[in-house]
Write a protein of this length. Structure first.
Length: 260
């Protein structure tokens, strides 16, 4: 028996806008550099999708970064230090996030397909309300406007991997059950959020934070290199428990038809 899908709940950066999820990466790097530490891309991306403060705390607990902090400041970091780096990252992302609201390839066509089928579109994010107040209108100007969005601010900061932002979407969109919705994201934290909500949880490969390449960098790869990169990301998502992994959003209609 097929299942009737009433809503799709997308993540934002790296899933529907901001190919490669670069706005948060820039902000985290800038924040740590203010304290004398330059994190690597892989250090920055590993906790991607988490609540932003939790993301900073996770990075500061990484062996190399913790060692660097100790070397520079002569002591281990405190919760106050986590707060300071977090506040710096918040300030830096607010200055740049308006530049990172372009919809990714296939987003507008796929949203049209969903709307034509009467499927509602929700969204969750690691961004705060303040960031979303910049990103949402910018994305709308470029043609992408989901029916609703919820940030960690709306659920007392119980962001991913907690399922509460998803539940707020389901309530707002009047979805009949968790089985009637699908979550789609570009990080392991997204996959876990969907699974925690008890729904189908899909990973998206191209333009994902997990892949971490700009569109130009990805397009410059040979077919063999692209296939290898995609395989690595797919394995990461499947290991996290993804229900399915799509190369990009052009594959979503086919997936949905398969469910029905």
């Amino acid at each position: 028996m097929g299942r009737k899908i009433e809503a799709v709940i997308f993540d934002w950066a790296g899933t529907t806008v901001d190919y490669g999820c670069f706005a948060p990466v820039q902000a985290f790097i800038t924040a740590f550099e203010e304290y004398g530490i330059t994190p690597t891309f892989s250090e920055v991306r590993e906790p991607m999708g988490m609540l932003k403060k939790e993301h900073i705390r996770t990075m500061m607990n990484m062996e190399r970064i913790r060692g660097e902090w100790r070397r520079i400041y002569g002591k281990d970091f405190t919760e106050e230090d986590v707060e300071k780096v977090y506040q710096t990252s918040e300030t830096s992302i607010l200055k740049i996030v308006h530049n990172f609201a372009d919809p990714k390839p296939y987003v507008l066509e796929t949203v049209k397909y969903l709307r034509d089928k009467g499927i509602r579109i929700g969204s969750t994010t690691g961004y705060t309300d303040e960031m979303m107040e910049i990103v949402v209108p910018e994305a709308a100007k470029r043609g992408y406007s989901p029916d609703c969005w919820f940030s960690p601010n709306s659920v007392e900061n119980f962001g991913r991997p907690y399922p509460y932002m998803i539940f707020e979407n389901l309530k707002k969109l009047e979805v009949s059950s968790v089985g009637a919705a699908v979550k789609i994201g570009d990080t392991v934290a997204d996959i876990r959020e969907g699974l925690a909500a008890g729904m189908l949880s899909l990973g998206i490969i191209e333009g994902s934070s997990a892949m971490g390449l700009t569109e130009a960098e990805y397009e410059a790869l040979s077919e063999k290199e692209k296939a290898e990169k995609c395989r690595q990301v797919e394995e990461k998502f499947l290991a996290a428990g993804a229900s399915a992994v799509l190369k990009n959003l052009s594959e979503l209609p086919g997936y949905m038809e398969g469910l029905e």
